[in-house]
Design a protein around this ligand. Structure first.
Ligand SMILES: NC(=[NH2+])NCCC[C@H](N)C(=O)O
Length: 320
């Protein structure tokens, strides 16, 4: 059986609001307060961050702190790759969602000949490039980097030479670019996008299982379709951004909260359903921000509930 390795990546510099670096510890505190020894049961590694970059003067306006985000993604990529090479299962807990580029890169670099699919559970599409971003925040860009797709048809920003150089490096972490294909990406819960994102999603026929669609057509049907869409993929990476959940129902403890999302039971069903395919190589949980929680530590508590539940499924599928 593959051993689970928890990678704690307390990096928040890809977000516009500080505090998601504390998300990992908030989840750990949620576990301790629930009398769970979860975090004492698994091997873990702490990734070195570059959060001091928040104090630097910003020159790369359309990819804020890009040099440092690149550094952290490279580090995470190596950690995930090593973990997979050692036949372990990387369970990644990150701060902001820019980290997903590191995890996807790690999965791909450990398996350069394999086709990697992505299930992205999020309120946001995170498929901007520096050329289209409305904010400059790189947590809105990891998928564009993994797909190596700048969406130049919808270019709105003039990017500087430094931004360009670093963004090109982001697209080619580990020397493989692109890491994934558009048809191997499936969204769940995306409901807060900008026009350039809508354009590229439509142009490339990327499927988004909206909250209403999942409820109307049924989870089973949507999961079966997802696995069918990803049938040509050898491996699957699952990214769970907690803002995919309904911020009015759960909590606002995340950088960019959005209403009308999933509840935690639906999230467990999605993640467990995909894990049961036996193809999942890595799962990541991101964007818990306890500084913004309007209900104490509820977002982290909910993330822990999901984490504990899906870990059981990872172990069950592993045992078989
Ligand atoms: N991972 C996230 N929370 N992403 C939010 C992105 C929001 C917006 N689309 C932006 O690019 O700025």
């Amino acid at each position: 059986m593959k051993k689970i390795n928890i990678i704690k990546n307390r990096s928040d510099i890809g977000a516009g609001t500080r505090g998601s670096d504390l998300g990992v510890d908030a989840i750990e505190i949620a576990a301790i307060n629930a009398n769970s020894d979860f975090f004492n049961c698994y091997e873990y590694s702490d990734l070195e961050t570059a959060n001091e970059a928040v104090y630097e003067k910003q020159e790369t306006l359309y990819a804020l702190r890009v040099g440092k985000v690149l550094e952290v993604c490279e580090r995470l990529s190596i950690a995930v790759k090593l973990c997979l090479k050692e036949e372990k299962f990387p369970l990644v807990l990150s701060g902001d969602h820019s980290s997903a580029l590191g995890s996807i890169s790690g999965v791909k670099c450990a398996n350069p000949d394999k086709r990697v699919g992505v299930v992205w559970i999020d309120a946001h599409a995170d498929i901007h490039s520096p050329h289209t971003t409305p904010s400059g925040n790189i947590h809105g860009m990891p998928l564009a980097a993994a797909l190596a797709d700048d969406n130049m048809d919808r270019k709105v920003n003039e990017v500087s030479e430094t931004t360009h150089k670093n963004w090109e490096a982001m697209k080619s972490i580990g020397g493989i670019s692109p890491k994934i294909k558009h048809e191997d990406l499936v969204y769940f819960g995306v409901r807060d996008t900008e026009e350039p994102e809508d354009y590229t999603i439509a142009k490339n026929g990327i499927k988004n299982y909206k909250v209403e669609e999942v409820r109307y057509r049924g989870m089973e049907v949507c999961l079966a379709e997802t696995l069918d869409r990803l049938k040509h993929c050898d491996l699957i990476y699952i990214s769970f951004d907690v803002d995919s959940m309904d911020c009015d129902l759960i909590s606002k403890g995340t950088g960019t909260p959005v209403s009308k999302g999933f509840d935690q039971h639906e999230i467990k069903q999605i993640i467990n359903g995909v894990i049961k395919s036996g193809k999942v190589a890595c799962v990541e949980i991101v964007e818990v921000n306890p500084c913004l929680d309007n209900k104490g530590n509820v977002m982290a508590e909910t993330a822990f509930e999901v984490l504990e539940n899906i870990t059981k499924t990872i172990e069950e599928v592993n045992i078989k």
